[in-house]
Design a protein around this ligand. Structure first.
Ligand SMILES: [Zn+2]
Length: 346
């Protein structure tokens, strides 16, 4: 098949509750999510060993109902091989236990993502609330919010409930089909080691959450890992994509719609994060700021707790990047508070 054939992607949305065929060996379906981002894209590759289902949605009644219909609609000529989870976020891993049981299939995930989800699932509601409120104190966020999150519980667990037995994906990963060879890559940024898949010959890239067409993927520090320089890993990923995948590539993301020219998208995301870093550095050069202030500078005033979580953890990842570049330093406020400030490093 010629490289340019996929350039004109005709399907904007898959059919409801069934896999739509998008190339000879690739299928696409959608599972609803109860968030502002109201769906997650699910893919399946028809490998030489049978259908490889990739990602699952969060575990709730609606997801289970949708999967029921998707499975009913799978052509009886197709056999099933396994389930692959790209990364540890609940909208991808959530229903893996349900689905593996229903289809009697083994589940596989990248080793580091697996380690991460196992660790998060072990936190009790109290431990999770403590970790989050401790972070928020250090960030200098609102005192009422700090009290509230102590009692919010482990929000991951609410969407995942139980994990199945999950096997580590071996690196390198290749999935062979009658039409091509899909290779896996593992990248840091939106999550610590997301698996994405590409077919070099046909120039098709399943990017999942790392290169969404419209939204900038959330680049956040972890609740128990808030000094991590995840943004550095993500910028490295974007630079690699920019060099490697030109305008002839087609991209199928974990949310929203397919598009072409990943290098252009990678460049615009690089610029987006560079702008944010510049904005923060300029503000800090005028006066020391807390994570709470950095969040407001980047995202404006935020009203709801859910958005504050993502925004403040993303602001923190940008501050961590500037610390690692030796542009700024973290300083403890000189009183009984445990709030930290970021100052210019001379
Ligand atoms: Zn994600």
């Amino acid at each position: 098949m010629g490289n340019s054939k996929l350039n004109k992607i005709k399907i904007k949305n898959p059919m409801k509750n069934r896999f739509s065929k998008i190339t000879e060996d690739l299928y696409w379906a959608r599972i609803p999510l109860p968030f502002r981002l109201d769906h997650v894209n699910i893919y399946a590759i028809n490998s030489n060993d049978g259908l490889v289902i990739i990602d699952t949605g969060i575990d709730n009644r609606l997801t289970r109902k949708c999967w029921g219909e998707i499975i009913e609609n799978i052509s009886p000529t197709l056999s099933l091989s396994k389930i692959i989870i790209t990364h540890h976020h609940p909208d991808h891993i959530g229903a893996s236990k349900f689905l593996s049981k229903k289809l009697n299939l083994k589940v596989f995930a990248p080793k580091i993502e697996l380690r991460r989800i196992k660790k998060i699932m072990l936190y009790t509601d109290i431990e999770y609330g403590k970790l989050l409120s401790q972070n928020y104190k250090e960030f200098g966020l609102d005192k009422k919010l700090i009290e509230r999150v102590k009692h919010q519980g482990n929000s991951f667990k609410k969407m995942v409930k139980h994990l199945p037995e999950i096997n580590s994906i071996e690196n390198p990963l290749t999935i062979e089909t009658k039409k091509g060879i899909w290779k896996g890559r593992f990248d840091t940024g939106h999550s610590p080691s997301q698996l994405s898949l590409y077919d070099e010959e046909r120039k098709i890239y399943l990017c999942f959450d790392f290169l969404l067409p419209r939204i900038s993927p959330n680049i956040s520090v972890g609740i128990d890992d808030n000094e991590n320089n995840v943004l550095d890993g993500y910028l490295k990923y974007l630079n690699k994509i920019k060099q490697k995948m030109d305008k002839n590539w087609s991209v199928f993301p974990g949310h929203e719609y397919p598009y072409t020219d990943p290098s252009k998208r990678a460049l615009s995301l690089i610029k987006h994060h560079r702008n944010r870093l510049d904005t923060l550095l300029k503000a800090i050069s005028k006066k020391p700021i807390s994570v709470s202030e950095a969040t407001e500078i980047l995202f404006g005033k935020i009203k709801n707790d859910h958005d504050i979580f993502f925004a403040s953890c993303e602001a923190k990842s940008h501050l961590n990047y500037l610390i690692n570049k030796e542009k700024i330093m973290k300083k403890k406020q000189e009183n009984k508070d445990i709030k930290y400030y970021y100052v210019i490093r001379n």
